[in-house]
Structure formats: structure tokens, C-alpha cells
Design a protein. Structure first.
Length: 129
């Protein structure tokens, strides 16, 4: 799970072996702590089950903004995942699960704030000022 501020490139990522509501709650808490109580986050997300679960614990400084169905082009994080797949993760053989985790972590760490800004820039966000 990942989140990027498209204006600054600041990011928060949670690498996990699966996705579910508990992990989403952990990610939301991580984002909330990272940005601090003085800032408010609008988190753009798709309609995945763990994004809309009734058991979500949404911090006070986070607002969830669901995208319309079938609109991945509006979500900058989709471009980040595509970039990681095309530049680091595809066409590879992983020795074992530990190797996969290592490569995923190293791949994310190759992304600097400028690259994340570039990948996540979405013109519709500028109109929300």
C-alpha cells in the first residue's frame, strides 16, 4: 500500500504479503502519524474492498476520496505501481520469497521525491486548490 503527496513527493508505503482492512488501518495510522496532527490528508483511492470496509478506522486528519469505478488513470499511485513493475519487478526470477521482499523494498527505495512527483502529477488535483 502506498500514498504520495503529488506536490512534494513525500510518501508512505506499507509492504505486506496481502491486503485487507487491518493492513489498511495500519497504513492510515502510519500516514496520519507521518504527516502530524497539524496537517490534513485527502487520500485518493479506488473502490477496493479494504478501502471501503465498515471496519476502517479513519484518523481525524485523513479524508478518503473514492474515485469513480474503472478510473485508474485518475489515481497517481497506479502510475507508481506500473513504473515499479516495468523498471524493477517484471521479467525477473526471484530465488525465494525473501528475495522478492528485498527486491520490492529496494525498488521502492530507488524512487526519490522528484520521481514520485513526476509519476503522481495529475492535472485534476491542481484544480482543487
Amino acid at each position: 500500500m502506498g500514498a504520495v503527496n503529488p506536490r512534494t513527493g513525500e510518501s508512505a508505503v506499507l509492504l505486506a504479503p496481502s491486503v485487507n482492512t487491518d493492513l489498511m488501518n495500519a497504513h492510515l495510522a502510519m500516514i496520519s502519524v507521518q504527516v502530524g496532527v497539524a496537517r490534513h490528508v485527502v487520500l485518493v483511492l479506488d473502490g477496493a474492498g479494504w478501502h471501503v470496509a465498515k471496519a476502517l478506522k479513519i484518523p481525524d486528519n485523513v479524508t478518503l476520496l473514492p474515485l469513480p469505478p474503472y478510473s485508474p488513470e485518475l489515481n497517481g499511485m497506479e502510475r507508481v505501481w506500473g513504473y515499479l513493475r516495468s523498471h524493477y519487478l517484471s521479467n525477473r526470477v526471484f530465488v525465494d520469497e525473501d528475495h522478492l521482499w528485498t527486491v520490492c523494498r529496494e525498488s521502492w527505495n530507488h524512487l526519490d521525491e522528484q520521481r514520485l512527483q513526476s509519476l503522481c502529477h495529475t492535472p485534476w488535483i491542481e484544480r482543487c486548490d
